[in-house]
Design a protein around this ligand. Structure first.
Ligand SMILES: C[S@@+](CC[C@H](N)C(=O)[O-])C[C@H]1O[C@@H](n2cnc3c(N)ncnc32)[C@H](O)[C@@H]1O
Length: 200
């Protein structure tokens, strides 16, 4: 998958890059990037942020490492979101967390979302870009049918999740959000923590 990811995404990235830039230029302070993939976001961060990027897949991590080496403010680790809390020398809380095309793939998105909540500072921002289950009934039904075939081909990616609802149910509140279509439905948001939500 790592070898095919960038060529597979090339035409989509011509549009996605604008959404990535819009979100990443809003990152501040100490940033956690979840599921960095091949490192496509690394060149887009402001130079004055400190990015702790995590990527559990070794082939993806190796590709991302080549990009990370060009940016002294990016620190890349070969771990998943579930391991961040136990990682020595990692910040305890983050000013910004970026989650782009990740909650479609993590095995347990509700758990991942709760970990985001736990790791984000109370005044921090979660920056989200995810493809979501189609709102149109016909296309949504097609995605339900295709998902069992798509998932193993696409390294665990699900077409049938509503990451926007998962994050809101965890206790995140959008301060800006947009739903848009690129053939399939997409969700972009800047989210904050609603206080006094029970987490892990
Ligand atoms: C579709 S790729 C997206 C990569 C990149 N964020 C992007 O925008 O192109 C999904 C990534 O999530 C990573 N991932 C899967 N499970 C994860 C987990 N538990 N914690 C962190 N990342 C995970 C995968 O290894 C993969 O690199």
């Amino acid at each position: 998958m790592a070898a095919f990811y960038d060529p597979f995404m090339r035409s989509l990235e011509k549009v996605l890059i604008h959404h990535r830039k819009e979100l990443l230029e809003q990152t501040k302070g100490v940033v956690l990037e979840v599921g960095a993939g091949t490192g496509v976001n690394f060149p887009l961060y402001p130079k004055n942020v400190e990015v702790y990027a995590i990527e559990p897949s070794i082939p993806m991590y190796k590709r991302a490492l080549k990009i990370a080496e060009k940016y002294p403010n990016i620190h890349l680790f070969n771990i998943g979101i579930e391991e961040v809390k136990n990682k020595a020398s990692f910040p305890v809380k983050f000013d910004s967390i970026t989650s782009m095309l990740v909650l479609c793939t993590v095995p347990d998105p509700q758990k991942a979302s709760k970990i985001y909540y736990d790791l984000l500072k109370n005044d921090g921002h979660l920056l989200v870009l995810e493809h979501i289950h189609a709102s149109g009934r016909l296309y949504g039904k097609i995605q339900n049918l295709v998902n069992p075939i798509w998932k193993p081909i696409a390294d665990g990616c699900n077409l049938t999740r509503r990451q926007d609802l998962i994050l809101k149910n965890t206790g995140f509140k959008p301060i800006s959000e947009s739903f848009f279509s690129l053939g399939t439905d997409w969700y972009q948001a800047v989210m904050i923590k609603q206080p006094a939500h029970d987490t892990l």
